[in-house]
Design a protein around this ligand. Structure first.
Ligand SMILES: [Zn+2]
Length: 91
């Protein structure tokens, strides 16, 4: 596990093992400065049958607003969810 991932998880108090943080940067959205974190949700096994035989089919990006004490600097987590299809149960 990379130290960057570790660091951001500590900062945001994220404990989910399947979420891996990759990058962070500032971005202006509607003239307001936002802190953006890029993360990926890893899908190691099928949630239905537990099979590891998964077909990866791109990513689905979700923007999650993260509430912090500092209202003047909103934090957004760009979470990329892996789109997977299970070869065993086809879900
Ligand atoms: Zn399955």
């Amino acid at each position: 596990m990379s130290s960057l991932n570790h660091c951001i998880k500590f900062e945001l108090d994220v404990k989910d093992e399947n979420i891996v943080f990759k990058d962070y940067f500032y971005k202006s959205i509607k003239l307001q400065k936002h802190k953006i974190y890029e993360a990926e949700l890893i899908q190691p096994a099928c949630p239905f049958c537990g099979s590891l035989d998964l077909l990866h089919n791109g990513n689905l990006i979700t923007n999650i607003r993260y509430l912090t004490a500092n209202a003047s600097l909103p934090v957004i987590i760009k979470l990329a969810k892996q789109r997977v299809r299970c070869r065993d149960c086809s879900r």
